[in-house]
Every structure is written in C-alpha cells, then in structure tokens.
Design a protein around this ligand. Structure first.
Ligand SMILES: [Fe+2]
Ligand SMILES: [Fe+2]
Length: 212
C-alpha cells in the first residue's frame, strides 16, 4: 500500500544497518532498536496523528519512525549520537527509496530531533561512555541541512490544511518530530522490564503503565 515504505524495508542499506544494530544489541538487557521497535513507533505515532487530527502524511510518519534509530550501529561504533549519525544514513536511504528533497528534509528533521530534550542516557557498546543526548539545536534541527518552512505556510495550502505553526499540516516537520519523540517514549514497556533498576532513564521518564 505504501510503496516507498516497502522500498525502505527492503533497502540494502536499511537492512544492513538493522543487522548491525541486532548484532551489537544481541546481549542488551535494555530496550532494543529492532524492527519491532521501529514499527511500534510508527503505529503509535500514527495513532497520535489521527487522534490529533493533525493531517500528517502517513508515509512520512512511517518513514521517520523506521529511520529514527538508523544511526544506532554508528553510535556503537564511533560514539556519535545516533540522532546525528542517523541523519546521513537516512538521507541516502530516502533518496533511493523515492522521497523528494522536501519530504526528506521533513523526515530528517524528525530523525535528528527525536531525542531533543532527552537525557544523556546511552552508553555506547565500546564503552565510550555517555553520549551527549543532544547536539541538536533548540529547534531540533541538528546536523542535517533543513530548509525553513515559510512562516505563512507552504505555498498554496488551503487554510484548513495549515497547522497552528503555519506549516502545511501534511508536511509539518515540528508536528512530525514531536509525535515521533512521543511515540518513541511511549513504546517502551518499562513497567514490564526486568532491567528497570539499572536503566538510566529517570524514574520520572519511565513508563509506569501502558500509555495508550
Ligand atoms: Fe533513538
Ligand atoms: Fe527509538
């Protein structure tokens, strides 16, 4: 149904990064970043988009969710935070999977901004210590080059298709970044986790019950 999402799922680069993440996380007792996690984030984010009547494009939501942790293997290898490391990898995948530049910019904004405000909680596999939670700037833009959405909304959009911040609601990058981050947090089943005690998420951040 969503051809370009199928393209990502079968993309060689995407599959190879997922394989590497699986390898590095084989013995991980904390949350893993496998395809189940990515799809949990996609589906929870889409539920939020529907409940909020956001008008966000479903394919962009799924693409951002599938790619939001794609920099994980690079983080394990180099210590570079995965939100940053993932942007370059995701850009290459999006280009070959049929997303145009404008769509890629919106998706990359969510990839690079999905941890903004998160704790510096992750220790890389090579023992490099805590990664910086965020080298993402206050607007969540991070290292990727992102073009600005015009203040008056994307050209030609009908009033009803324009969101509160003036962006075209289908491609509102800040709305997409926010629901990906929300879904990422809500996807974690902390209340059933055996690694609760040693997990570096703060008590306040842990999910004490199912969020949906
Ligand atoms: Fe992440
Ligand atoms: Fe995640």
């Amino acid at each position: 149904m969503m051809r370009r999402i199928d393209n990502i799922l079968s993309d060689e680069g995407f599959c190879s990064e997922l394989d590497k993440i699986g390898h590095y996380e084989a013995d991980r007792i904390y949350c893993r970043h496998d395809l189940n996690h990515l799809l949990d984030v996609a589906r929870i984010a889409y539920i939020h988009a529907l409940e909020e009547n956001s008008g966000l494009d479903k394919e962009l939501i799924y693409a951002a969710a599938l790619l939001h942790d794609i920099g994980r293997a690079a983080q394990y290898e180099s210590g570079i935070p995965h939100d940053r490391a993932g942007a370059a990898i995701a850009a290459d995948i999006l280009a070959v999977c049929g997303f145009n530049e404008e769509e890629a910019e919106v998706i990359l904004y969510a990839v690079t901004g999905h941890r903004s405000g998160a704790e510096a909680s992750e220790v890389s596999a090579n023992g490099a210590g805590a990664a910086k939670a965020s080298e993402v700037s206050a607007n969540g833009a991070g290292g990727a080059e992102i073009s600005e959405v015009p203040a008056n909304g994307a050209g030609g959009a009908e009033a009803s298709e324009v969101s509160a911040n003036g962006a075209d609601s289908k491609t509102d990058r800040e709305a997409l970044r926010r629901i990906i981050k929300l879904a990422d947090d809500e996807s974690r089943l902390c209340f059933k986790c055996r690694a609760w005690d040693s997990c570096k998420w703060s008590e306040a951040r842990k999910n004490k019950e199912l969020k949906i």
